[in-house]
Every structure is written in C-alpha cells, then in structure tokens.
Design a protein around this ligand. Structure first.
Ligand code: HAM
Length: 421
C-alpha cells in the first residue's frame, strides 16, 4: 500500500457514517428546538482570529495550531475551535445589528496538532452553539440544559457536569496578585512552562497536566469573585436547580482557552480515561469587544463527536437503523442489456431509490448482492428478452415477466398494495 492517512486522523466508513449522521441529527434537532440557527464558517481563518481570542499562552495556540503561510504570503490557520470564527462571522456580517440574542449552532471538523491517543485526534469533529447578546444567567443554564437534553436523547444517563465561575477582569486583578504570590512560593515544584506562565497568565497553571499536585494548594478564583460575578454564579446554579440539572462545583475548572469569563463547565464521561470531556463551554463576555465589536456578552459550548460516538450507549436510539435499503436493485445480465438498464433505472428513480449492478457478474451473484443490500425488488434486464424485464419480489422470491412499458405501473401498484396492506 502506497499511502496511509495522516497520524491523528480517521476514515469514517459507510456503516459508521450513518451512525454519525443520526448523532448529528439529534444535536441539530435539539438545537432547533431551543431556537438555534445553523451557521457555517470557513475551515481556515486568518491566524489572528485565534491568536488573541483563544490566547497566546494556551497550549492550543502555542503548540497545537496548523498554521501556514499561503501562496499570497498570508498566515492562515486550520480552525482549532469554532467560537472565535463564529464571532468573527457574527461581526463581519453585521449580525450584531439585529439586537436581542443571536443563537447560532454548528457542526464540523476542527484541527489541533496534539499527541494522538484514544479520544484525541488531530482532526476531530465538534457540534456546538453560541448564544450571543445576553449576560442573563438563564442563558448559561439553557446552554447546559440543551447539551444535556441532546445527550439524553442519545441514551446517555450518568454524565457528570462540572461547573465553575472564573470571574471577570474585575475579580481577576486582585486574584491574579494572590495567585502569583502563591506560585512564586511553589516555584520549585512547577514545570518549566508554568514558571513562565506565572507572570504572563497565571490561571493557565490550572490547565497544566504536569502540575496536578500543586493545583490543590493554590487559591481558587471562585473564592475571589466580585459581588456581581458571585451573584451571577449563584443565579446560574439556581436556574440549573430549577431545571433539575445536577452539577458538581470544580473550583479548578478554568478550561484551556483564554476567552472565558464567569461560567465554565465540562460534561464528563466516566469510561473515557484521561480524555474524558465530552463537551466543554462557558461564558465569554469580553470576546466580541476584543474582536472589534460592541460590548456583547455571550455563552456557548462545543462537544466532541468522536468521543460521544466512542461511548454511545448500546441501547442508543441512534444505533437503531443501518443504511436505507434501496427500493429497486437493477441487475444487468449481459453487456448488451446495459443501455436498457440505464433507461429502466431512470424510470424507477421517479418512484424510489435504485441501485444498479453492472458488475457483469453471474446473475446469481448479483441477486445475492441485492439480498445483502436488503433491496425490496430486483429487476433483471437481459438482452435475450428485449421487451421484458424480470420483476423479483425479494421478500418471497416470486418472479414474473413484465413488459418494459408496464414496469412503472407494476411498481406503482406494488407499492400501493404494500402500503394499503
Ligand atoms: P474545548 O474544550 O477545547 O472547547 O473542546 C470541546 C470538546 O471538543 C472537548 O470537550 C472534546 O470533546 C472535543 N475535543 C477537543 N479536542 C479534541 C481532540 N484533539 N480530539 C478529539 N476531541 C477533541 C472549545 O473548543 C470551545 N470552542 C467550546 C466553547 C464554545 N466555549 C464556548 N463556546
């Protein structure tokens, strides 16, 4: 074999693509039920879109972006996430002028140059949504509720919601000082990266896999919230209580992207090991303004489809059906019959789905293939009978000759009988 797929990517083959589609449909329908409208943005953006929004000190920007210079000398990046791109599109297309809350949802591939392992890929797929234009805690609770509703519709029943508030710029000023002092004290136990982070972006330490032990000794932002953020957090929790959504407070949950303010959350699945987050999200009240727009609060989440599908419960409704079986399987008995096969198939396609077999294998083999495809009717075209085709009901294997000119009538009668019977 000459070529293999790039490391960290996956081929999703036909039987699995049906499962993927059904999972995506459950999310799309749930999003629609909450008033979200779909948006599609480019797979690549100007690198700047991600630099300051996701944050230069984050692993995503500093280590994981697929960035290259295009032939016009511009730096572009395959999107590592979609929030920054959605905000770029929201502003560029003047959606902010609509007023009120703009609710947008999306699905598609994202790219991060990370070390591949189970549940972590270099190309992966997210579904997600962004609610732009409200700082009301009702919307934070709605965001968690919508993803939980979709995951429940997929059959998940014991997921953990981790919840935190990372405050706003106001509460981070005094907290940053407290945190830096503690990090200085614990400097000898920090990894090299975190020593560098202490000055630039101390909260990033909470996102470091190497400094787990130190994290327990650090003061948490949720103990240093300003009154407005504390009140906001309290109201998010009470709305979640009203919705009967359970959550656990995790005061170290700062998330791996810099744009978050106030609410952050993740939804975890027990059997996924280290890469156990099915979904992550939170509020980002400063991002729209940072991107050159008017002050506009927002909140959203994204969920990883590879991870969701890898732990999809056995009884999930998304697992039920396979591919849609063809209504007609047109078998071609010999090369000279091929022109009639083309016409017969075109006629039948006005009534249903048609798969054509011109493999020129012996008829028996073609019929076996029709059976495997779960076709309802096989139509056999052979040059030996130039005016008739053979109509074979695959359910009872009854076979009759039908004149070409009557074929569509017979097909119509057959399906009407089946429906009324
Ligand atoms: P994130 O936590 O970086 O957040 O990614 C969200 C989800 O994408 C993760 O929980 C995980 O399921 C999946 N994911 C991330 N990286 C990988 C990977 N390398 N391989 C497989 N799956 C992965 C965001 O991307 C934010 N944009 C979420 C957000 C939207 N916040 C506000 N709005």
């Amino acid at each position: 074999m000459k070529y293999t797929k790039p490391r960290g990517t996956q081929d999703i083959l036909p039987p699995d693509v049906y499962l993927w589609r059904r999972v995506e449909t459950v999310f799309e329908n749930t999003f629609e039920a909450y008033g979200y409208e779909p948006i599609r943005t480019p797979i690549f953006e100007h690198t700047d879109v991600f630099l300051r929004s996701v944050g230069e000190a984050t692993d995503i920007v500093s280590k994981e972006m697929y960035t290259f210079v295009d032939r016009g000398g511009r730096s572009v990046t395959l999107r590592p996430e979609n929030t920054a791109a959605v905000i770029r599109a929201y502003l560029e297309n003047g959606l902010h002028r609509r007023g009120g809350i703009t609710r947008l949802c999306y699905t598609g591939p994202m790219f991060r140059y990370d070390r591949p392992q189970s549940g972590r890929y270099r190309q992966f797929h997210q579904v997600g949504l962004e609610a732009i234009g409200s700082d009301n805690p009702v919307v934070d609770a709605e965001t968690i509720d919508v993803v939980m509703t979709a995951l429940e519709a997929l059959g998940f029943d014991s997921l953990a919601v981790k919840l935190n508030s990372v405050g706003c710029a106001e509460c981070r000023k005094p907290y940053g000082g407290v945190l830096r002092r503690e990090l200085e004290r614990l400097k000898g136990r920090l990894c090299e990266d975190c020593v560098g982070r202490t000055d630039k972006n101390p909260m990033r330490v909470f996102d470091c896999k190497k400094c787990e032990e130190v994290k327990d000794e650090l003061p948490s932002i949720s103990d240093h919230l300003c009154p407005a953020c504390a009140d906001h957090f309290a109201r998010v929790k009470s709305h979640l209580d009203l919705l009967e959504r359970r959550y656990e407070i995790d005061s170290r949950l700062v998330r791996g992207l810099d744009y978050y303010t106030r609410t952050t959350f993740e939804i975890l699945h027990g059997s996924l090991g280290a890469q156990n987050a099915l979904c992550g999200g939170g509020r980002y009240d400063d991002l729209v303004e940072q991107c050159g727009g008017p002050p506009t609060p927002a909140v959203g989440f994204s969920a990883g489809l590879e991870r969701i599908i890898s732990v999809l419960p056995e009884g999930s409704p998304a697992r039920k059906a396979g591919r849609n079986a063809p209504d007609f399987y047109v078998a071609c008995a010999d090369e000279n019959a091929a022109p009639r096969v083309v016409l017969v198939a075109r006629g039948l396609r006005t009534l249903g789905t048609v798969e054509v077999d011109v493999s020129m294998r012996v008829l028996k083999t073609q019929l076996r293939q029709a059976e495997r495809a779960l076709a309802r009717i096989a139509v056999i075209v052979e040059s030996a009978s130039p005016l008739h085709v053979k109509w074979r009901d695959m359910a009872n294997r009854e076979q009759i000759d039908v004149e070409d000119g009557r074929l569509l009538d017979v097909a119509r009668e057959h399906f009407t009988d089946k429906r009324s019977g």
